[in-house]
Design a protein around this ligand. Structure first.
Ligand SMILES: Cc1cc2nc3c(=O)[nH]c(=O)nc-3n(C[C@H](O)[C@H](O)[C@H](O)COP(=O)(O)OP(=O)(O)OC[C@H]3O[C@@H](n4cnc5c(N)ncnc54)[C@H](O)[C@@H]3O)c2cc1C
Length: 435
């Protein structure tokens, strides 16, 4: 056992959130130790689209992505489930997003860390226990167990979090399914610069550029459709894909490197206690459909380094992450489920986006984490529910079956919204969750 004393900050995890914390504190002159379990470059299939607020944070820290390994994004385009015309949702103002492979982002952030004199990054170092100011880790290269002390311990180790366990927080995540990722080269996207969200298949399909010549395809596979092979689902996805992309995606499915990741949701119930705090996915996460995890991770880090009082950090994040979280849960539920209520709400959402520039702009503000106003979110959401209720009432009046079940499901949505916003309840993950 080796003992090392005296860091200002010990960060558990050297992913996007951990690197961001180290950069933000390192710039303030703090002595920071980052402990990363992985022995080498990051390999996970994870976040690859960074909203403008996150891209601006990277620029402030001087993190530069290689020119040939990233692309710029100007917003989204939605392909509705009812096959109506695509809807473009540009970011307001001049903000641009970034697209890259996950390993490229983490590689660039770690490279930037090495230029911070106060920051030490130890890879191949898995943290096994945390207690008060003490962090115990195993150094894989030597096999030694080492204890280090820090005034602040930051849990940035993603979903299975040791710091979370030390804080005795519940592991109350809900698995939603899997994401299958493919890369295709030398293709054009129908709306270059936009992240494409294609609805109506077994799960949403996401398409976005990660390099000048390369497009990422993400097939969302809901839990009840997940098997060992994508073959049985392919005709349904294929039917939804823009026609020019079908052959390249099929070729990549057969010959390419198919990557899998599990997806789920865990609401942020706590941002820590005493000298232990949580950032990024260790605090909570939503389905990747809204591509918000990375931006939240980076803004968590900036806020933590800026606030001198941990209580202020916790209050700030509890308030500012509620809307992105509620949006992440509700958009996934509404846009990916196919039942009468989800269909009616989806069509109402499309209608608002098509007809109201204000709602389009508001939506992109919520999505990009720049508009975190809960009352505004509630107003927009309620408007969609009322439009959907009118649609359902017309359907019921014309004798369509399923109206009572639809009303029950609509009421569950209202209850979820009230609990998640007005009552400030943070647990209970989705409208279907009885907690
Ligand atoms: C398929 C998929 C697609 C996604 N797409 C997007 C997207 O486009 N945009 C977006 O914003 N978000 C996206 N996300 C979410 C995004 O990937 C996460 O929000 C983000 O990676 C969180 O960063 P993090 O640093 O908190 O956690 P992680 O990325 O999980 O990093 C945690 C790090 O801690 C290390 N670690 C774990 N345990 C220990 C330990 N005991 N000791 C030491 N180190 C440890 C891990 O090795 C890892 O390096 C996606 C997620 C998935 C699964």
């Amino acid at each position: 056992m080796v003992r090392k004393d005296g860091y200002d900050v010990i960060v558990v995890g050297g992913g996007p959130a951990g690197c961001a914390v180290a950069l933000a504190f390192g710039r303030n002159g703090a002595e920071v130790l980052v402990l990363e379990a992985g022995p080498g470059p990051a390999r996970a299939f994870a976040g690859e689209w960074l909203h403008p607020a996150g891209a601006a944070a990277l620029a402030r820290w001087g993190v530069e992505l290689p020119e040939d390994a990233h692309a710029r994004g100007t917003g989204f385009v939605i392909y509705p489930h009812d096959r109506s015309a695509p809807i473009e949702l540009p970011y307001p103002g001049a903000g641009t997003a970034l697209g890259f492979e996950h390993r490229v982002l983490v590689g660039a952030m770690r490279a930037r860390l090495s230029a911070e004199p106060g920051v030490t990054l130890r890879t191949g170092s898995r943290v096994t226990a945390v207690r008060d100011d003490l962090v115990r880790y195993v150094d894989y290269a030597t096999g030694q167990t080492i204890d280090a002390r820090g005034r602040l311990i930051v849990g940035a180790e993603g979903r299975p979090s040791v710091v979370r366990r030390a804080l005795e927080l519940p592991d109350d995540d809900r698995r939603l399914g899997h994401a299958a990722g493919l890369l295709i080269d030398h293709v054009s996207l129908p709306f270059e610069g936009r992240g494409h969200v294609v609805l109506g298949g077994p799960g949403p399909i996401l398409l976005y550029r990660v390099a000048p010549e390369t497009v990422r395809v993400v097939l969302d596979v809901p839990r009840h459709r997940h098997g060992r092979s994508l073959d049985p689902l392919w005709p349904e996805y294929c039917d939804r894909l823009p026609a020019d992309l079908r052959s390249p995606v099929l070729r990549a499915l057969r010959d390419g490197d198919l990557r899998w990741a599990s997806v789920g949701v865990r609401r942020r119930c706590s941002h820590g206690r005493g000298s232990m705090v949580l950032v990024g996915d260790a605090a909570g996460y939503v389905h990747p459909l809204t591509a918000v995890g990375l931006t939240l991770a980076l803004t968590d880090a900036e806020t933590l380094a800026r606030t001198h009082d941990l209580e202020e950090y916790r209050r700030d994040r509890a308030a500012r992450t509620r809307v992105p979280e509620l949006l992440g849960v509700s958009l996934y539920e509404i846009l990916s489920q196919r039942d009468p209520v989800s269909d009616a709400v989806s069509v109402s959402v499309y209608h608002l986006w098509r007809t109201s520039p204000t709602e389009r702009e508001r939506m992109m503000g919520f999505l990009g984490t720049e508009n975190t106003s809960t009352p505004r979110f509630v107003a927009t959401f309620t408007r969609c529910l009322l439009l959907a209720a009118r649609r359902l009432a017309v359907a019921a009046a014309s004798g369509q079956r399923g109206a009572p079940a639809a009303i029950g499901s609509g009421l569950r949505w209202m209850r979820w919204l009230v609990r998640g916003t007005a009552l400030g309840r943070t647990c209970g993950t989705t409208p279907a969750d009885p907690r």
